[in-house]
Design a protein around this ligand. Structure first.
Ligand code: RUB
Length: 305
């Protein structure tokens, strides 16, 4: 369980950043758990597995890709007829490998669809660090397209610096701005693209704080605003009820020696209503976010089992 606790802590303290990286780290932690377990029968293994799942779920509350991945792996173990610990662990390890391979393929497909939108001479605006957005931009560059990127620094923990570094290293001309300069630069963009942490039943998108304001500015400036994301960021709990709370992080990330009694708030994410989203670029193509539930039912019915 130590490796699971260690991974959960890395996800919580943002050593592991981004929805996808958090999900990958959690899947790998379950694999390590399967290699190291001392459980003597299926019943005790399942008890420990559920504890591990809970620890990883609780690391960050707004990460459905992580939850969906673990839900899939744990239910596969529960449903299997395997009884021997060695067989159960082997099943978990193989399923985890397969899941990661498919996740990688989904991101590649989404990146390829997204890169088709990019034409020579365009300027693309992005916010925060999304490994999926980076993959899309780098794919377009590798296809020989010449374009520019504007990227926000993304307070409070500056994930935009990760994006800027990645893009510069790949030879993509990038302009880096503070978050509050967004309005001044959005008119220079041909379109805006950001990642997602969660997609709700109504097609609203949860992403790094500042995303909703960016979408509203894009709408006012008549610029298309896209999300690029794997469909498995769909939050199936929003089918039954609205989105539960958004992660509130420590005020210390914003101001380490803030005056005593000052009310410092640090929400990690905000929710962009689907009406501001021009298209959701995913592994199946570019869809309307409002159509997300139909697409999920078609391709990922196990989310409802
Ligand atoms: C990262 C963030 C990213 C999404 C998508 O926030 O909001 O846009 O997680 O990333 P944080 P990806 O740094 O707080 O995790 O496309 O890599 O899943």
């Amino acid at each position: 369980m130590e490796s699971v606790k260690d991974t959960a802590e890395k996800i919580r303290n943002l050593e592991v950043k981004g929805a996808r990286n958090a999900a990958i780290a959690a899947v790998k932690a379950l694999q390590t758990f399967a290699y190291q377990t001392k459980a003597i029968d299926k019943k005790s293994f399942l008890v420990e597995l559920e504890q591990a799942q809970r620890l990883l779920f609780d690391a960050r509350e707004t990460e459905p890709l992580l939850r969906n991945a673990l839900h899939y792996l744990v239910s596969q173990v529960k449903q299997s007829g395997a009884q021997k610990i060695s067989e159960i662990c082997a099943l978990l390890i193989v399923n985890a490998d397969n899941f990661l391979t498919e996740l990688d393929a989904s991101r590649t497909c989404a990146a390829e669809f997204g890169s088709e939108l990019i034409q020579n001479g365009m300027t693309i605006f992005t916010h925060c660090h999304s490994s999926t957005v980076s993959k899309m931009l780098i794919h377009a560059k590798q296809a020989g397209k010449n374009f520019k990127v504007i990227c926000t620094e993304t307070r409070p923990t500056f994930q935009g610096r990760v994006t800027a570094r990645e893009l510069i290293e790949k030879g993509i001309e990038t302009t880096f701005i503070i978050d509050s300069a967004t309005q001044a630069f959005i008119l220079k963009a041909d379109f805006i693209v950001v990642g997602a942490d969660a997609i709700t039943f109504e097609g609203n998108v949860v992403n790094k704080i500042g995303t909703c304001g960016l979408a509203i500015l894009a709408h006012a400036a008549h610029k298309p605003f896209y999300i690029v994301s794997e469909l498995l960021k769909f939050d199936s709990t929003t089918f039954y009820s609205g989105l539960e709370g958004v992660e509130q992080r420590s005020p210390v990330e914003i101001w380490i020696d803030a005056p005593k009694n000052l009310d410092v708030r640090n929400p990690a994410f905000d929710v962009t209503p689907s009406k501001y989203i021009y298209g959701l670029i995913c592994e199946k193509g570019i869809i309307s976010p409002k159509n997300i539930f139909n697409v999920i039912q078609q391709f990922y019915p196990w989310l409802y089992t």
